[in-house]
Write a protein that binds this ligand. Structure first.
Ligand code: SAM
Length: 301
């Protein structure tokens, strides 16, 4: 590898030759299990960083920094980067890579060797999540981090294009489902572009999509997030059924399901795919927090 130089030019980013050389040095062979597709194109990194709309005072949480392609771009745009990586070889190498390519930014990076699905504490409170996510766990990672770190105000993630569509889907659309409804509890998500396959090594077989999100308040309700998410899960487990039928198991009977739906102002013959997260919250509240006598009065059928 040649030594990067910054004289008079934009800060250098990792290209295909750098990524391959780093991987060869480490003896790393990208694994599918960990969703290891590394970005080898500086323009794509610039595009992701620009789309993330970061303020210079922000602390960015990056999940899966890999060989450091995106980390370098993030260090140019934000005050700090906290990078959570599950692969010990990649996590171990990252500080060296940053020391070589951005020596002046070494102190702005924290590397946390951890599973993003389980991480509970970070060295700094992150304000933004920006990541090229491992595709097989992208949705649970996003939901877990939004739930776990309320300081995350906004973010931009790259996921499989199809998953990007699902995360950003509004109620009533063909792709609306569990990821759309649950992510809407925390944030408003919008699609921010499509990325082709050739900017990765190894190239995935499918296109990727960018999703931008901005945190918002969850619906006002006496039901907990877990109670609301249980209704979402039940409604979409049998998405072709009417809500009266789909929610019968969750409510205890079709009659109790109908009662909760009517109390929530929802048509019992509708399907889950037309409900926004506020409607799911009203259903949860109507059932879980209904007066005891109302629940006792309802028969089963
Ligand atoms: N950010 C790098 C890039 O854009 O080139 C790599 C992105 S690659 C799609 C996904 C990265 O996530 C890999 O480095 C992989 O080891 C890491 N990873 C996979 N599962 C993870 C998990 N559960 N927690 C944290 N990192 C994970």
């Amino acid at each position: 590898m040649s030594t990067p130089s910054t004289a008079g030019r934009p800060a250098p980013l990792l290209g295909a030759a750098d990524i391959r050389a780093l991987a060869a040095d480490l003896g790393v062979r990208p694994t599918k299990t960990l969703g290891q597709n590394f970005v080898i194109d500086g323009n794509t990194i610039r595009r992701i960083v620009a789309a993330a709309q970061l303020g210079s005072e922000e602390t960015v949480l990056e999940v899966g920094p890999g060989l450091g392609s995106l980390t370098l771009g993030l260090l140019d745009a934000a005050e700090r980067v906290v990078a959570v990586e599950i692969d010990p070889v990649l996590a171990g190498k990252l500080p060296d890579t940053i020391a070589r390519w951005r020596p002046e930014r070494v102190a702005a990076l924290d590397v946390v060797l951890a599973d993003a699905l389980r991480v509970t504490a970070l060295p700094h409170e992150p304000t933004a999540l920006v990541a090229n996510l491992p595709y097989n766990v992208a949705v649970p990672v996003v939901l877990n981090l939004l739930g776990r770190f309320p300081s995350l105000r906004h973010g931009l993630v790259m996921v499989q294009d199809e998953v990007a569509d699902r995360l950003a889907a509004p109620p009533g659309s063909r792709t609306y489902g569990i990821p759309s409804a649950k992510s809407a509890w925390y944030s408003s998500m919008t699609k921010a572009g499509v990325i082709g396959m050739n900017v990765f090594w190894p190239a995935p077989r499918i296109a990727s999509g960018l999703v931008r999100f901005v945190r918002r308040e969850p619906p006002t309700t006496r039901a907990s997030r877990e109670e609301v998410f249980a209704v979402v899960d039940a409604a979409f487990a049998q998405r072709r059924k009417t809500l009266r039928a789909a929610l019968a198991g969750w409510a205890g009977s079709p009659v109790l399901a109908e009662q909760a739906l009517r109390a929530a102002g929802v048509d019992p013959t509708a399907r889950g795919e037309v409900l926004d997260i506020a409607a799911f919250a009203r259903i949860a509240e109507a059932r879980v927090h209904a007066p005891a006598e109302a629940q006792n009065d309802a028969g089963t059928d």
